[in-house]
Write a protein that binds this ligand. Structure first.
Ligand code: SAM
Length: 214
């Protein structure tokens, strides 16, 4: 999803600097300073227009959340939605989440969410998939022991690739669904924008896994 730059985005982001970080290097090791309370930290990479992270933060006041998104206009749209009812436990971060191990300290994150990540279907682009081993390596650094990765997609190819990638790394699976919306787990499911858009066309796949203890 590429969204054309909107001229208002820059100014809007500057005006709401209490809720969005644009210079992550200032907060490495100090992310808790951005929140009202120090509590477990959950992060979504590729939070898009924010529907999932805003609702998940609203339902979980005892967890701090950061939504990372690399497109300025997309995160500005998320921020606009968020400013209707801001929360003390959600911050947005405008940056490339490709190197989370350079944004967070080791063991700083309790859970990582990857929702409808770009599938990069061409084989030669496999390394760009957010579930490829080079990314898993960075997640392993920032996730606490037993910390989980929760991944949802409508893309069968990306799901199969991710199952193999997680299994080979190795991660241990906590949950796998080939049709989330028909499962019991769906009761607590928070839908993303992409999920709402694409679930009519086919199943939503989900997997939850954690790194094996060393
Ligand atoms: N998660 C949202 C949803 O499910 O509706 C958006 C899905 S959209 C297909 C993928 C989003 O991830 C895009 O907004 C894209 O800009 C963002 N993205 C891709 N790679 C990223 C990265 N390395 N760091 C941060 N955001 C990224």
């Amino acid at each position: 999803m590429r969204v054309r730059n909107k001229p208002w985005a820059d100014e809007y982001i500057k005006e709401h600097a209490d809720y969005i970080v644009t210079e992550p290097e200032k907060y490495i090791g100090k992310w808790q300073d951005r929140f009202a309370k120090s509590q477990p930290l959950n992060v979504e990479i590729g939070s898009g227009k924010g529907q999932f992270i805003i609702e998940t933060a609203r339902r979980n006041p005892d967890i701090n959340f950061i939504g990372i998104e690399l497109q300025k206009t997309v995160i500005a749209i998320a921020l606009k939605k968020y400013m209707e009812t801001p929360l003390p436990n959600l911050q947005f971060l405008l940056t490339d989440g490709a190197n989370v191990d350079e944004l967070f300290q080791p063991n700083e994150i309790e859970k990582l969410y990857l929702n409808f990540s770009d599938p990069w279907p061409k084989k030669r682009h496999a390394k760009r998939r957010l579930t490829s081993p080079n990314f898993l390596k960075t997640y392993q650094v920032v996730l606490q022991n037993e910390g989980q990765i929760e991944f949802k997609t409508d893309n069968r190819g990306l799901f199969e690739y991710s199952l193999v990638s997680f299994n080979n790394y190795p991660l241990e699976f906590d949950y796998v669904s080939l049709d989330l919306h028909q499962s019991e787990e769906n009761e607590d499911n928070v839908e993303t924008e992409y999920e709402q858009k694409f679930s009519a066309k086919g199943p939503i796949y989900k997997l939850v896994a954690h790194f094996k203890k060393v």
